[in-house]
Design a protein around this ligand. Structure first.
Ligand code: PTJ
Length: 254
């Protein structure tokens, strides 16, 4: 890994980038995953590279939704496995969710590398590995349509970080509640999901874990209220306004 001096003004962002690059070198990340990271970085820059209030509200709603779920599943792709394997596992334990490897750019070798990484980080059971137990999600042509019968296919709530729009739509059409992490508030996934956390997954995942811990003792009614008070479209608009305000401020000082 390239040494990034802590004093570098963009050290955090460069360190995230390095995780992706080493994930690529270790066979976890697709080439296209590097491009996805670049797109995310651009939006992160425009958002101010910190978790804003809108993201915090989405995280709270996501935690409540996950605690209410009967069969929550977290979908893991190459980027997530490279960026935050330990955290994704901690989240799955905290909310008692299953983990399922599900790739857009399907590749058996990469899938095995992702499974190995998750196992090295303490996971016992990972779905999406047994072809005898797989089935197709209707209304989608990409490789992501292949899902586990006991995982995404049966889930009521699915967490799909850094997802493509087609599957988000297919999951919604299949009656699932979809939670995503996506730095682009304009993406189809952001616009289609029930709860979009517009933040870098590397920052927001820790907050989602701690919020889930905090809300564990809340009763059903209180969780339901948090969920029903949340409006994803309004939240996305707030993120767009945040970008606009950040740009306006920069345009003034320029
Ligand atoms: O490993 P695979 O084959 O399943 O492929 C994974 C990628 C991410 C390559 C695939 O799902 C893909 O192509 O995704 P997209 O359509 O490029 O969408 C990724 C979205 O995630 C974009 O809107 C990015 O802005 C956003 N994004 C990228 N990096 C981050 C991010 N959002 C949150 N945190 C990030 N670190």
């Amino acid at each position: 890994m390239t040494l990034i001096p802590k004093s570098h003004p963009r050290a955090k962002s460069l360190l995230i980038r390095e995780k992706l690059v080493s994930g690529f070198d270790n066979g976890l990340v697709a080439k296209e995953g590097l491009l996805a990271q670049g797109r995310g970085e651009a939006f992160d820059y425009l958002l101010g590279e910190k978790t804003n209030q809108a993201a915090k509200r989405a995280i709270k709603a996501a935690a409540a939704q996950l605690l209410q779920a009967q069969k929550p599943v977290i979908s893991v792709n190459g980027n997530v496995a490279a960026l935050c394997p330990k955290e994704i596992i901690r989240l799955s334990k905290q909310i008692k969710a299953k983990l399922e490897v599900n790739l857009f750019y399907t590749n058996e070798k990469r899938k095995q590398a992702i499974i190995k990484t998750l196992k090295k980080n303490g996971v016992k059971e990972i779905l999406g590995t047994n072809s005898a137990n797989s089935t197709k999600l209707p209304g989608i042509d990409s490789a992501r349509r292949i899902v586990d019968k006991d995982g995404i296919f049966a889930a009521d709530v699915v967490v799909v970080p850094l997802e493509d729009g087609d599957r988000t739509m297919a999951l919604r059409n299949a009656g699932k509640t979809v939670i995503t992490f996506d730095l682009n508030p304009l993406s189809r996934t952001s616009q289609t999901a029930n709860i979009t956390i517009v933040d870098n997954v590397t920052r927001a995942i820790e907050l989602l874990i701690s919020e889930s811990k905090k809300l564990t003792k809340r009763n059903e009614k209180s969780l339901e209220k948090i969920i029903s008070d949340f409006d994803n479209k309004k939240n996305l608009t707030e993120n767009v306004i945040q970008i606009k305000n950040n740009l306006t401020r920069r345009a003034r000082v320029a």
